[in-house]
Design a protein. Structure first.
Length: 533
């Protein structure tokens, strides 16, 4: 008779074996990030997606017998999220109280209001939920959280380091005695600077201009290239780490990767500040650990250098949008080298929206977002990470794909090709709601909306076109501005409109030195003026 053993049972037996025979505390965490609750990409009501995910996450925590949930920033999409988004957040946290999950650690991201997250801090602590919205006025000791198992025994320590704003980093380097000592009003001003002039289309709230996300390819790509479990030789996270290596006896060092930056002084400041921040919190965590054989887990919400997958070869000019605001990660939060992270057993990061490792190190990971947050990532699977940890051993990481009740799909190509695909979709039965982006090649003299109108109207109600995007825009820049139909102007952003205007009025080629010089001089001025309107 065949014996069927569930995956959760295998995980429990493995943890029991590690604890019983190694003498070391072992634990299991779920690492997730970048929920962006309240997001309405291209005005889509995404409450059903959020509800589905949170129900699934609770069920997964229970099925896997998870000790600790870590949410590495960007819980909300805007600093002042809609009431419904807040209700989902607090209801989910309350639902975990009677489960096996005895620890929840939540850090603030660049989208989050630290003031809002920290408002319920004391109340949530009663429920064993730790929230660290910012480093402002916190000592390193206040950012170290003891994690307990079901029996109340300490099984790990979390270095709960949130997103650090530039004013906080500079204050830290200026000689502050705590983890971060920026005045509260300075942090509030920094949060206001992070938020943008774009408005939340539902609640009328301020939305961040800078979103923790960068989309790269026009066509879908491979995503995470490092989806295996942690190799025995990769047990620590810092260059020059002095912590004990794993039983395999391999080095803990992670090679430092030079971080591209437009301003080397800013890059040096970020590197120095993050190194000092993590050094202080790590020292406090080691003092708290006091020699106990329990794992250390660090968090962060930042852009780490030397990623794998979609952003590995990206540059700081890469941008896209979600229909409401510009999504720009590269060059915004800086490129932080992996050498800033201390010698902990695992680093749980947020800010990048796809699942990946840092510097080929399986112990430093981004979980990615559980949701599709832009059409450039629509074809990629999304995950949470289930991580099995014990002190001094390599983490064992399992990627668990998240449910997707909606389908997001980009149709790319010439207008006749897109029309053919639309008619095929109209003829097929759709099992889930489908939201389409049309990324088309411009044909001079052809109005795209008029050309595709009949095909779009043939779509069933559960299939919608929510976004239009011009393809090969660099080639379009060289054409006359009059080649763009007035109804298609909305498919261009401010930069594209101004570029075409300059080219059409001067008669210059987009590749000419004169055109490049003119755009270099006047485009920044125009974009600054447009942002202030």
């Amino acid at each position: 008779m065949a014996v069927v053993v569930s995956a959760s049972a295998l995980w429990r037996w493995r943890l029991h074996f590690i604890t019983a025979y190694s003498g070391m505390a072992a634990m299991r965490i779920i690492h997730t990030a970048d929920w962006h609750l309240g997001n309405q990409m291209h005005d889509i009501d995404r409450r059903e997606e959020a509800q589905t995910f949170l129900r699934w996450l609770k069920a997964t925590i229970e099925a896997r017998n998870v000790d600790t949930l870590i949410v590495a920033g960007d819980i909300f999409d805007v600093a002042n999220p809609p009431v419904e988004a807040r209700r989902l957040y607090y209801s989910f946290l309350a639902s975990l109280v009677d489960t096996c999950c005895k620890n929840v650690v939540i850090i603030g991201g660049n989208h989050d209001s630290a003031v809002l997250l920290d408002a319920a801090k004391e109340l949530l602590e009663v429920l064993h939920i730790t929230v660290v919205g910012s480093i402002n006025n916190l000592t390193p000791e206040a950012m170290c959280v003891e994690l307990v198992d079901a029996s109340g025994t300490v099984c790990g320590i979390c270095l709960a380091v949130p997103f650090a704003r530039e004013v906080e980093l500079r204050t830290l380097l200026a000689g502050g005695t705590g983890a971060g000592n920026a005045a509260p009003e300075a942090t509030a001003r920094a949060e206001d600077a992070t938020a943008s002039d774009a408005s939340d289309t539902v609640a009328g709230n301020a939305a961040p201009k800078v979103v923790a996300f960068a989309e790269v390819a026009t066509a879908p790509d491979a995503g995470d290239t490092g989806d295996g479990n942690a190799a025995p030789e990769a047990t620590a996270c810092a260059e020059g780490a002095t912590a004990a290596a794993s039983d395999a006896g391999a080095s803990n060092a992670v090679p430092e990767v030079a971080a591209p930056a437009t301003d080397s002084s800013d890059s040096d400041m970020q590197r120095a500040a993050y190194t000092e921040l993590y050094r202080r919190v790590y020292a406090a965590a080691e003092a708290l650990r006091a020699g106990r054989p329990i794992p250390l887990i660090a968090t962060g919400h930042l852009y780490a250098a030397d990623l794998e997958g979609r952003l590995a070869a990206s540059d700081a000019s890469t941008k896209t949008d979600d229909g409401v605001k510009v999504l720009d990660v590269l060059g915004t939060l800086g490129n932080v080298p992996p050498s800033v992270f201390p010698a902990v057993d695992y680093v749980a990061l947020g800010h990048i929206h796809y699942t990946t490792m840092v510097a080929h190190n399986p112990a430093i990971r981004y979980s990615g977002s559980p949701f599709v947050l832009g059409y450039d990532e629509a074809a990629l699977p999304h995950y949470v990470l289930c991580v099995e940890l014990s002190a001094g051993s390599a983490p064992v990481v399992e990627k668990i794909e998240t449910p997707q009740p909606f389908v997001y799909r980009r149709l790319t190509g010439a207008l006749p090709d897109i029309k053919r695909e639309l008619l095929q979709l109209a003829a097929a039965a759709a099992e889930k709601p489908i939201f389409l982006e049309l990324c088309y090649k411009k044909d001079v003299g052809v109005n795209a909306q008029a050309f595709l109108d009949d095909a779009i109207h043939s779509l069933p109600p559960q299939i919608s076109v929510v976004s239009w995007r011009l393809q090969e825009q660099e080639r379009l820049f060289a054409a006359s501005f009059e080649a763009v139909d007035a109804s298609e102007i909305k498919n261009l952003d401010d930069k594209e409109i101004f570029t075409q205007l300059i080219l059409s009025k001067t008669g210059l080629s987009a590749d000419s030195d004169e055109a490049k010089a003119a755009l270099q001089t006047f485009l920044p001025l125009f974009l600054q003026a447009a942002s202030e309107v």
